[in-house]
Write a protein that binds this ligand. Structure first.
Ligand code: BTN
Length: 323
């Protein structure tokens, strides 16, 4: 709390020094306490100039995702207005799920700099090293029946792809159901979880992981050829703060479109990004492997596959490889 207050005061005086005495008077703490917190802020990456005569001045802020760094940048009306921030956590999805059970509101967001047990789809691990990427989970409470929940996933995939395109100018593709690819390699993934009754959703957790500043060699050998990061594709370091701001903006925009216009607009945008029609694919679903031609994605997000014998199958969950 005190760190936030000190930063707030320093930000109000970006062009001059603020005396230690003034800060200690405003925060009702001793000058030694201020000095200790300033040193702590420096360890977090804040560059703070100190002068015995004039006091303190904030020179540069680190690219960290604390609420005090993010909030001034937010352009959303409600998405991400409450941020639960963690330096390290098991999984932002698990934390968001707990918070939602305790009554957290729609639009509350959990963000972590790193995850010890980052979760991917189908029980996989999501590599989550600190201060490089984005790991966030958004709580939504849509008033829709559970069978439409996968449309929320498609909506979030479209929003994530749009954020990547707007930020970088690159053209991301979506691979069913919700992998985001750049140059054929995965740059972001979504793990969405729902809590519901038979006919009513209590909440959806949108879990989004975007590889932003990982270098090629940071990926394990197993995924090096199939995974990428925005930095790798663009050849430039990515500001995680700015990217997060545009991601939240796109999520808010697309969720509003989904609620207002229903699934059609979302599906159209998803189809445009996925270009799945007519692709030869191999799908692994519940231990079974099927090959065929993708016909389309159904109005509830299921993949429609035409197998060799000419029959059409609906796949509701699984993994796709393009042939
Ligand atoms: C996938 O397998 O493609 C989905 C990956 C989802 C990773 C994100 S990172 C933030 C959130 N918390 C998690 O534990 N997983 C999701």
């Amino acid at each position: 709390m005190m760190d936030e207050e000190i930063l707030r005061l320093l930000r109000e005086h970006l062009s001059d020094f603020l005396s230690g005495e003034e800060i200690s008077r405003r925060l009702k703490v001793t000058r030694t306490a201020v000095w200790k917190r300033v040193n702590h802020l420096r360890t977090l990456g804040y560059e703070i100039k100190a002068s015995t005569r004039s006091g303190y001045r904030l020179i540069r802020s680190p690219d960290i995702l604390t609420p005090s760094e993010i909030k001034p940048l937010l352009t959303t009306k409600w998405m991400g207005r409450t941020i639960h921030y963690f330096h390290a956590i098991d999984s932002t999805n698990s934390k968001a799920y707990q918070l939602a059970l305790q009554g957290a509101e729609e639009g509350e967001v959990v963000i972590a700099e790193s995850q010890m047990k980052g979760r991917g789809r189908l029980g996989r691990h999501w590599f989550s090293p600190p201060f490089l990427n984005l790991y966030l989970s958004v709580i939504l409470r849509p008033k829709i029946p559970p069978y439409l929940a996968s449309l929320i996933t498609l909506m979030a995939a479209v929003a994530t792809a749009d954020a990547i395109q707007k930020y970088s100018g690159l053209l991301p593709m979506i691979k069913w159901p919700n992998d985001i690819l750049l140059g054929g390699r995965k740059v972001a993934g979504l793990l969405n979880e729902i809590h519901s009754e038979m006919d009513r959703i209590h909440f959806v957790i949108l879990g989004i992981g975007v590889n932003l500043n990982m270098d090629g060699k940071m990926f394990s050998k197993e995924i090096r050829d199939v995974a990428t990061s925005l930095k790798r594709e663009r050849g430039q370091t990515i500001s995680r703060k700015t990217f997060l701001q545009s991601l939240l903006e796109e999520l808010e925009r697309w969720y509003a479109i989904f609620l207002k216009e229903g699934s059609a607009t979302v599906l159209e945008a998803w189809r445009e990004r996925a270009k799945i029609k007519g692709k030869r694919v191999k799908v692994t679903s519940f231990g079974e492997t099927l090959s065929g031609v993708a016909v389309d994605v159904d109005s509830d997000g299921a993949l429609i596959l035409e197998t060799k014998d000419g029959r059409q199958k609906r796949i509701v969950a699984g993994d796709v490889v393009y042939k």
